[in-house]
Structure formats: C-alpha cells, structure tokens
Design a protein around this ligand. Structure first.
Ligand SMILES: Nc1nc2c(ncn2[C@@H]2O[C@H](COP(=O)(O)OP(=O)(O)OP(=O)(O)O)[C@@H](O)[C@H]2O)c(=O)[nH]1
Ligand SMILES: [Mg+2]
Length: 489
C-alpha cells in the first residue's frame, strides 16, 4: 500500500507535468539536463542581481520625494513636464508623437466648443423667430399676437447660412476626434468613459496609454528609434493630421470670423485662456508634417486620472559641490473625486509643490459649478498646511497661471467683483498678485504656525522662467533634506 506522502507526490499534477517522459532516450535526457542546467544558471544570475540591487538600495541615500498637488487644471502635469525637460530631455522628446495626438484632440475640441456655441445661437434665434411668427389664422397686428420673446433668450449676433455651411464642412473633425480618443486611450479606459471622453480626455498614467498609442503608430516606422516622431507614417492617408490639414482653412475662417468673435464675447467665452489652445497657430499645427515644439507640449491638455511616479537624477551645485540626488516626482489627478487618493502619499514626502492657479478667480469648478476655483484652492491649501502628516514636509506654493491673470486684469475683468474683500484696490497684476500671496501666507500662518513660506509666482507653460524657479526649489529642498539628515544622524 502507498504511504500518504507517496500518494500525494505521485498524484500531484505539477509533479506529473514536469516529470521526464517515461520513454525518454539517453540523448533526449542529456538535452533535457543541459536545458535545466541553463535555466538554473539564468535563475541564479537573476537572484544575484536582485540581491545586489537590494544591497545597493540600502547603501545609497534615500531618494528625495516630491508630490505635486492642486485642483484640476492647476498645472501639476505641466510642472512635471518641466522637470522632464530639465532632467530627462531625451525621454521627454521621445514622446512627441503622443503629444501630437493630444494636441490634435485639443484643437478639435476648441473648434467643437465654438460649433456648439453656433448651434445654441442658431437655435436661440430660431426660437425667437418662431415665437414672433404669427399663426396662420392670426393677423400680425391683432391684439392677441404672440408676445415678444422672453428676456431670458440671449441677444446673440445673427448666425448666417454661411456659418451653417462652415459648420457642415467641419463635420469630419468629429470623426477625427473620436478616432484620436480611441488611439490615445487604452482599451480598458475606453469602455468606461467613451462618451465622457468626448468632452474631456482623461488619462490614467498607469494604464499604459503610451503603449496603446505606440501599437497604433505606423508599423512602417523605425521602431528602433528612440524618437516616437520617427514612427509616424507621414504617408498614411488615415492619419488624423490629413483631415486636420484639409479643414485648416475652414477652422481659420471660423476662428477669425467677426460675428463668431462677437458671439464668444457675448457668452464670455475666451478660448485663448482655455487649456490646450492652439487656434492662433492653426497654419503651423495643421501643417502636413507637424511635429510639436517643447512649448506646444507644455500647452497640451490631458487630464490625469491616477498617480504616476517619475524618476530623475537631479544635480545641484549647493555648497560649491556638484551633488547628484535620486528624485521621485509624483503627479496626481486633481479632480475632486480623486483627492482621496492623495493622503496615502503624504507620509514620507520631502516636499509638496502646491499649485494654485490664481487666474481662476472668475471661474467655477467643472465638477461642481457652485464652487469658485480660487476659493477651492484656498480651501485645499488650508487642508494641506494643517495636515498632521505634513508637519515636517517642505511646502512650496506656486501661484500659477500668472500670464493669464495679467491678461485678464488688463482686459478689464475686476478681481474685486469676485473677491469682495479686495474691494477697490487697483486692478493691476502687481497689486492683485501680492494681495493673493498675502492671503495664502496668512492661511499658512494661522493653520501651521511659524513655518517657512516658500512661494513663487509662476507661469509653468513658460519653460525658461520655470527652469529658474525649479532650480531654486530644488536647492531649497536638497538643503532642507541635508539639514534633516544631519539632525537625524
Ligand atoms: N497659460 C497658462 N497655461 C497653463 C499654465 N499652467 C498650466 N497651464 C495649462 O493648463 C492646462 C492644465 O494643466 P495641467 O498641468 O494638465 O493641469 P493638472 O493640474 O495636471 O490637471 P489634472 O490632471 O486634471 O489634475 C494645460 O493645458 C496647461 O498647458 C500657466 O501657467 N499658464
Ligand atoms: Mg495632470
């Protein structure tokens, strides 16, 4: 009778599966033994390498960790792009084909927003005409003639047949939009958000979107190249750039049209202040062999859904020595529904760069139109400065989108109309920005005590000025990190 142990081994399907065949010849046995030895050698080498890495990780100094925080569209991912340009420019430029796709979506979405406005204006004027038209049985001047249109109907400039023809000629762009979104989004995200994505494209950085895009790039391209632009098949008739190029003149006509400009003014729609704006560069960005510049990539808009970690080697010239540090920069999504995902990252961060877009004083949150964007930034900042897990973390505040703030104030939009405490102070950039800086500083003092207030006025789409600011921020963080290690050591 078999023992219990023997029975288990003999019946075990794994043992059976890897057991040599019963009718194995001598030659086959030798081959199998050699293959097994080779597999064992490779496995041992991998174990050795992992051990070496584990020991090296223990010996090397701890990486410096930075978390980028702020509401949606505050400029977190754009700040990350600036880090990439400074510390891994080759990798940044290698992704240009993906950004070309994002920029093409951004262009189409700007046009889409203008065409939607035309439809609304046309429908509104149509409803006025219908409301004013007498019914066939009524005399136009009879006392019971319909009343004038309600005052709630907007006084839009007249949309002409020419505008409607333009709208029809631009219809192919919607197919391009859908095709581009399918190209950019990984299949796992498409099913979930197909309709939502058509309004705003989101990306989960952990969902392998660049891989998905890569698969769709021309197979005729040179895959060995490190620059993804080399993988674009410029002769591909299905490339979305072909339709964009074909529609370029009509897009320009739409954007330059004086009636449409008046319509946008009436609706307080200012596309040039919206994320992902390229309509002033249509000739260039729709040209047949368009490759985005670094500036174009900084202006591209795609919403972040998850959390992504990016590694850099940062050299700092502190204390006259050239030091290198391993940096980890974490980019998160700022949409309200994603804020709960921030806290697990608070522990163990050296610094937080908090972005407050101060130009947004006259805007509301997309996810909750009852909340003013600037008020939301104040609230988030208060939460961060008073968070118990962040007591020892360097907090660096970027008062961002200063370029937009300046142009808004210059165009006559008054800060005091939205922030009543600003009162009748001068409506210029210097006064407004200093006032807002003081408000953020006061919140920090009130909720976090005497703690260094590192604050910068930024326009992170401006590569040059951002490089100088980030250099300064890096030095401060490295210095504080050294101080902390000295205290602990
Ligand atoms: N003009 C201007 N545009 C900016 C500035 N900072 C960011 N942007 C643009 O604003 C848009 C949103 O920036 P992102 O960096 O994607 O914002 P985010 O904070 O990562 O947003 P989420 O991923 O939704 O949390 C992009 O199109 C940027 O190019 C700025 O200082 N000036
Ligand atoms: Mg982002």
């Amino acid at each position: 009778m078999k023992s219990r142990r023997q029975r288990t081994n003999d019946d075990d399907p794994l043992t059976q599966a890897i057991a040599p065949p019963t009718n194995e010849s001598q030659h086959q046995r030798e081959l199998r033994m050699r293959a097994e030895q080779e597999a064992q050698r490779i496995s041992d080498a991998i174990d050795d390498e992992l051990n070496r890495q584990r020991i090296a990780d223990k010996r090397s100094p701890k990486p410096i960790k930075i978390l980028l925080l702020g509401q949606s569209e505050s400029g977190k991912s754009t700040t990350l792009k600036n880090f990439q340009i400074m510390h891994s420019p080759k990798a940044f430029r290698a992704e240009k084909a993906y950004w070309r796709g994002v920029i093409q979506i951004n262009i189409v979405q700007s046009i889409h927003a203008i065409l939607d406005l035309i439809s609304r204006a046309h429908a509104a004027s149509h409803s006025i005409i219908t409301a004013c038209q007498p019914s066939s049985s009524q005399h136009p001047f009879s006392p019971s003639a319909p009343s004038p249109p309600p005052s709630t109907v907007k006084d839009y400039p007249t949309i002409t047949a020419e505008h409607l023809k333009l709208k029809m000629r631009l219809a192919p762009l919607f197919q391009v939009e859908a095709a581009l979104i399918r190209k950019i989004l990984p299949p796992s995200q498409l099913g979930l958000s197909d309709t939502a994505a058509l309004h705003e494209v989101c990306i989960n950085p952990n969902a392998g979107w660049k891989g998905a895009f890569n698969r769709l790039l021309s197979s005729a391209g040179n895959r060995e190249s490190c620059d993804s632009v080399d993988m674009i098949d410029w002769a591909d008739p299905d490339d979305p750039g072909v339709i964009l190029h074909a529609c370029a003149e009509d897009m320009k006509r739409l954007w330059m049209d004086p009636i449409i400009k008046r319509l946008m003014e009436a609706e307080k729609m200012r596309p040039e202040e919206m994320a992902g704006f390229y309509l002033d560069d249509l000739d260039r960005v729709t040209s047949p062999r368009y490759v985005p510049t670094d500036d174009d990539v900084l202006r591209a808009r795609i919403k972040t859904l998850g959390v992504s970690e990016h590694r850099f080697v940062v050299r700092s010239g502190l204390l006259g020595t050239a030091m290198s540090h391993d940096w980890r920069v974490f980019d998160v999504g700022g949409h309200r529904s994603l804020i709960a995902a921030w806290a697990p990252y608070f522990d163990d961060m050296n610094a937080i760069i908090f972005l407050a877009p101060i130009s947004c004083f006259d805007q509301v949150l997309q996810e909750d139109p009852s909340v003013n964007r600037l008020a939301d930034s104040f609230l988030l900042w208060k939460t961060i400065v008073s968070h118990p897990l962040l007591k020892k973390t360097d907090l660096v505040l970027f008062l961002n989108k200063c370029d937009i703030l300046r142009s808004k104030l210059e165009s006559g939009i008054r800060l005091g109309d939205y922030i009543t405490s600003y009162g009748n102070r001068p409506n210029d950039f210097e006064s407004a920005s200093m006032y807002l800086k003081k408000k953020f500083a006061a919140l920090m003092k009130e909720h976090s005590g005497d703690r260094p207030f590192y604050c910068h006025f930024t326009s992170v789409t401006d590569m040059k000025s951002t490089a100088l600011i980030l250099q300064n921020v890096q030095d401060v963080i490295v210095r504080d990190n050294l101080k902390r290690s000295a205290l602990m050591g």
